[in-house]
Ligand binder design. Sequence first.
Ligand code: C2E
Ligand code: CA
Ligand code: CA
Length: 761
Amino acid sequence: MGIRINYSVLFSVLALVLLFCMFKALKSQKPIGKAVAFLDVSFLPALIGNIIIVCSDSKLPAVFGYYLYFLGMNTIMLAMVNFTNEYCQGIGGGNGEQKPTVIYIGLWFDMAQMLFNPFFGHAFDVEKIEVEGAGYYQLVPYWGQTVHRVIVYLAFGCVMLIFTLGVLKTTKIYREKFSVILVAMICTVLWQTFYIFSRTPIDRSMIGFGLCGILIFYLALYYRPLRLLDRLLSDIVSQLPEALYVFDPEDKCIWINDPGKKLIDVDEKSYDIVPRRFGEVFGDRDHTPEHWTDTQVVGIGDEARYYYIQKHNIYDDKGRMAGSVLAIQDTTEEKRKVKQELYESHHDSMTGLYTKQYLFENIRRIIDQNKDTAFVVIFVDVKNFKIVNDIFGSDFGDKALIQVAEWITKNMTDKCLYGRLAGDTFGVFMPKNIFVPEKAERDLENFVVKDGAKEHQLLIHLGVYEVVERDIDVSVMFDRAHLSISRLKDDYKNHVVIYDNNIREKVMMSQKISSGLREAIDTMQLRPYLQPITDMDGKVVGAEALARWIHPVHGFMSPAEFIPVFEKNGMIVDVDRHMWRTACKILASWKGKHDDVFISVNISPKDFYFIDVVEEIMGLVKEYDIKPVNLRLEITESVMMNVSEDRMKILEEFRRLGFIVEMDDFGSGYSSLNLLKEMPVDVLKIDMRFLSGDDGNGRSSVILRNVIRLADELDIDTLTEGVETGDQHNELSHMGCKLFQGYYFAKPMPVDDFEKFAFSS
Ligand code: C2E
Ligand code: CA
Ligand code: CA
């Protein structure tokens, strides 16, 4: 009885352990967990079958035990095939798409044929033998049993094949672990084979199967071989980009990773020369401190390489020094990138000059460091650059700016700082004694940009601020330098202006004036004065509306004080629109009473840039329902000279609509008499004051007479303004001038006064 009890207890323990493994495997989060659980539970029927066989002393339970045993073997095979298939997929072997269907069919077929044994008796029978003095039912196999064995062995062969292939395909370091499973399975099967051929009553190989299940459970779900870990770690460390050197406590080099070998050019055999090589490359140093870091540059210029070196001692768990590690990191690329980024953030990409911010930072620093040096700040402005871009294209524009940058660079010494402030402006900073305005004037007199056949003379202005107030913001210094340029307007003769108190006051005044305009318009501080215009007999036929600003603080302001400011900043448009509207209002108030009296209004050249002058004025005429002929339009000669066809068309449009167009200030500019015949104007306004330089030889009267005659022949009326004496009036009348304006008749006056002056007689 001893053997029977021993085996049934052993099998039962195995079954319980497997059951436990199954639950553990089911609970594990790993993907292979389910397959392992199925495999572990699959051992149970065969084990239980064997327990029944071992314990039975009558035939029926023994036969039942055998059925359970054989069918259990099929279940084990099914579970093994399933496990192997899943496992090999997980480790990168096997092809998950192809399920080993043939094996499954074979195993199911075998189970079916075994189940037919009670009817055909073709598979096996049992015979009673004596074991330890008691009846034991031993297997008598027939051909069905042989089929069963062949199928099970074939299935097992397939499992081994899939497993072996899978293991071969996986990474080397994992092979060890799988080989253990493989060897265990093979041993168990060999044991089983031994049982079959030895015909011993009890299948002891069941123990092998059980242990196999436990082994697989452990290896597949828990086992982490240390050697594997070692190898894995050493591979990882070898592949780190850092160079690593491991030294023993006596400072003898014992291990170097691949980058480390490459860095100081040593191999496994030459570890002894490591300290010497190290000294040659990185210089000698004291290695004794426990921990140190250092940065080291090897080589110079573009060839230079940067390294970050770290040394650590390593201690075991008892605090004894086990060795040390030296880690060297090549930081060259990082350094270069940082340098490049820094360069890019400090330099303008097109001209290569400093950016505004970087320039300002450096200027601040130099000013603060050189308290005794006098400096100047220069604002370089390329005038009308937008037009250069428009006419010649932005490629040419870019080249022009690059040439300006080159000109600036050429004139600099190492004591100067310079950069690009914005699109077409540059900033320069230098000690005052280096700056030679005359030299700059000479250079800028004829600054021609060439690109292939394209050629253009650039107008460049320099505004210079001497850094007197050293504590103000650098940007304010440049603002001041910039402001001084405004004094040049579109001057082609002078290019350099130096900031002084005059400019400062002027600028402040301009700012004050500009900020007050809106209110001035709304409250009629800005209003027209009318200056009478008479015919030959002195009869008032019209008036010119001239702007006056009765300022609450500055008092009476003549246009000379504010018109130039607004012309420059474009606000002249608001002034003129206001003047046109008031003129129309006055004309509307005269309607029905003085329908033959006209008012002339001034149109600034800038108005044409900013608004549709025709639409604006026609709108007013319609709004106040006045006749266009009563609102005369004065346009300065320069507007007509400089401009294109378009401008001519506007003037023609005005005339077509019934307005009378007057050319203002004729003779003040460079107009040619020849141009007169092309000008779409009705009246020529000649300013006496332009001819007042007469040296007494009567030259101006000759000119006047001829201009008036020529105009007459071209069907253009003449109006002389600036008439101050009766003699002038007489002479001009004789010459054929039809209209007159000047202090001789009346000064510009408020509208009320004008109405009294013109209409009361
Ligand atoms: P302008 O259009 O040539 O106006 C004539 C200027 O000559 C006026 O100066 C007038 O007061 C002055 N004047 C008239 N008769 C005589 C004279 O006999 N002797 C002298 N010495 N001067 C005389 P004002 O009003 O100071 O205007 C100066 C300039 O301001 C104007 O020259 C015009 O260009 C501009 N301006 C005035 N009002 C406006 C306006 O509403 N819009 C625009 N765009 N410009 C205006
Ligand atoms: Ca005028
Ligand atoms: Ca005039």
